[in-house]
Write a new protein. Structure first.
Lengths: 280, 323
């Protein structure tokens, strides 16, 4: 009973603070718009800690945040090795290869309006399919090390990037293209100086969607077979050993990696497409 | 005169349809042709070993020498094995017709109640997907309404909803299954939870955008009519959010299906598409994996297609349906 009252107290305190903050005059400043979600997150974590420890919930069901933090701190080496195996070798390699392949196909298809028209619906359709399911096939073909994960990731990120690039390359007006023609620019100068820059907002949209897909692909593919290393491997074996604090520690790593990767792409987008209305 | 006009119109519509379909079909045909060609080098070694055991004479006699050749050159040196690469029972890469055959066998030929029928496994996955999708969408819409009407919720919850899109939440799936299993909840429900939270965040983000899409002019107009905020919600905000809702639903339903499939992996694989993929993988039956993969893809495609049809009908009824 005490636990519920205490947790409710924490919730009311946190919520009251946020109501005050979000209705204050300075609520739109940068500092406040960071502070408010942080307070919300801390409130949830404190409630979680209070409820789990005071109600003596088994760590097999839900470990308290303090236990997860302790596990995270004590197994940094292991987490770092898993991170390298899954994110750097699996996800990043696959992401880069998928991206290059998508750009190449988009540029090739771009020369023919017929192909462009065909690739858009087929690619959009393929992007909606559960491509993660190809994981067992790639693991069988390429072995259980990172190469098979990179292949799954490559296929998963290929279609969203392709569709966005092809759609982006179509996004110039006749007036702009005519202007290039009056300058005497041929296909390649027009592509490099006008159409690719104009396509960049679309391309980055695809690249940002693909960041999350890359991590999902690399982690889920490890459920189908991996060396004794990697985030997906650690998650599935730790679940088997009921070491849920380890699973949560890996999920924290995945969350940090995912938002950093996305943030990196968003930052790049801001630097490269500074001229676009959505960035001003 | 009139009939000529009507048939003319019909032909016009048909032509525009064909103009859209033919390029797409061409691309599909190219992909299938490429796949069919890949079958030869992918299965060449496997087929050659098999053929030698059956008494065929091959150019490099020793299996070890064959291993050093690439699949393509092996097939070119022994043209006799090329047709055989298409009829392997356990191919590395099955040919398109084998996949179609396997799908036909397991979808149409088997009784639905059979454990080997893909309709049975499909229903297991689909029911979890749909239950989760409905739960996730309902909660998502409710949270979006809360966010739009409460400044505090907007400021505290919305950043988390956006950040959560960048996190591979699917990694949580095995843990949720085990966690719920430990407190005695098994079967359909844990998978639905995974489906629900995968469709939840896209719907929240999309609906918040949609409910905020009416501009100041439209909101002002309603104010001059003297409407209260309740009427403003039902007559302006909700209707203008519908296109955004459908866009999110289409993302959400395919995410839900992936969630349900992945949710089937750690439970020891009893039933469902995910279970079939795992079974095919572990027992060396590639056709089972391939059939499950394609069945899952077809299911996803049908779900998205159904939503698109509902979207088009709804938007047309609402007077927004230009496309």
């Amino acid at each position: 009973m005490m636990a519920y009252i205490l947790a409710l107290g924490v919730w009311i305190a946190g919520w009251w603070l946020n109501v005050r903050l979000s209705h204050s005059d300075r609520s739109d400043t940068r500092f406040y718009s960071l502070l408010i979600p942080v307070i919300f997150g801390v409130t949830i974590i404190v409630m979680w800690e209070i409820l789990v420890t005071m109600l003596e919930v088994s760590a097999v069901i839900l470990p308290p945040p303090s236990m997860i933090a302790a596990r995270f701190a004590s197994s940094l080496n292991l987490l770092w090795a898993d991170f390298q195996q899954t994110i750097i070798k699996g996800a990043m390699t696959g992401y880069v290869f998928g991206m290059i392949a998508a750009f190449a196909v988009a540029i090739l298809a771009d020369r023919s309006p017929f192909l462009t028209k065909g690739i858009l619906p087929v690619g959009a359709f393929m992007a909606a399919l559960p491509i993660v399911g190809t994981a067992p096939i790639f693991v069988k073909w390429l072995g259980s090390d990172w190469q098979s994960k990179a292949a799954v990731v490559g296929v998963m990120v290929f279609f969203p990037i392709l569709v966005n690039t092809v759609a982006g390359l179509k996004d110039t007006s006749a007036m702009q293209r005519d202007l290039m023609r009056t300058y005497g620019a041929g296909y390649w100068p027009t592509l490099l100086k006008l159409r690719i820059p104009a396509a960049l907002p679309f391309i980055f949209n695809g690249l940002k969607i693909a960041t999350t897909l890359a991590l999902i692909g690399a982690i889920v593919a490890e459920f189908f077979g991996s060396p004794t290393l990697g985030m997906g491997f650690r998650i599935s074996t730790s679940v088997g050993q009921l070491a849920l604090d380890m699973v949560w520690a890996e999920i924290i790593v995945a969350a940090i990696a995912g938002s950093t990767f996305y943030g990196l792409m968003a930052w790049l987008e801001k630097r490269v497409t500074f001229w676009h209305p959505s960035q001003r | 005169m009139r009939t000529a006009f009507v048939t003319g119109c019909a032909r016009g519509i048909l032509m525009t349809r064909l103009n859209a379909i033919i390029p797409a079909l061409t691309v599909v045909a190219v992909i299938v042709a490429f796949w069919t060609l890949c079958v030869i080098p992918m299965n060449a070694h496997l087929t050659a070993d098999q053929a030698q055991r059956d008494g065929m004479v091959l150019t490099p006699e020793a299996p070890r020498d064959r291993q050093e050749l690439s699949g393509l050159s092996l097939a070119l040196k022994n043209p006799a094995i090329i047709p055989l690469t298409y009829v392997q029972t356990r191919p590395r890469l099955p040919s398109p017709h084998q996949v179609v055959q396997e799908l036909y066998d397991t979808v149409i030929d088997k009784k639905i109640t059979s454990k080997r029928s893909l309709v049975y496994h499909g229903w297991v996955t689909l029911s979890a997907t749909l239950l989760g999708f409905v739960m996730g969408t309902t909660l998502g819409i409710m949270l979006a309404v809360g966010i739009v009407y409460s400044r505090t919720m907007d400021k505290s919850v919305m950043p988390w909803a956006i950040t959560s899109q960048t996190i591979p939440i699917l990694a949580l799936a095995p843990m949720i299954i085990v966690m719920l299993g430990a407190i005695g909840i098994q079967g359909l429900f844990p998978k639905s939870i995974i489906s629900a939270y995968l469709s939840f965040f896209p719907v929240v983000v999309g609906m918040v955008k949609g409910l905020r899409s009416p501009d100041a002019m439209q909101l002002d107009l309603l104010r001059t009519y003297g409407t209260n905020s309740n009427q403003g919600f039902w007559k302006l905000r909700l209707p203008s959010s519908i296109p955004y809702l459908f866009a999110s639903l289409k993302i959400g339903i395919s995410a839900s299906l992936v969630g349900a499939i992945v949710g089937e992996l750690p439970t020891g694989a009893r039933a469902g598409f995910g279970a079939r993929m795992l079974v095919g993988d572990q027992y060396g039956q590639p056709m089972v994996t391939w059939a499950a993969l394609f069945a899952a893809a077809i299911t996803a495609a049908m779900l998205v297609a159904i939503l698109s049809v509902i979207e088009r009908q709804t938007l047309r009824r609402m007077g927004m349906g230009a496309a």
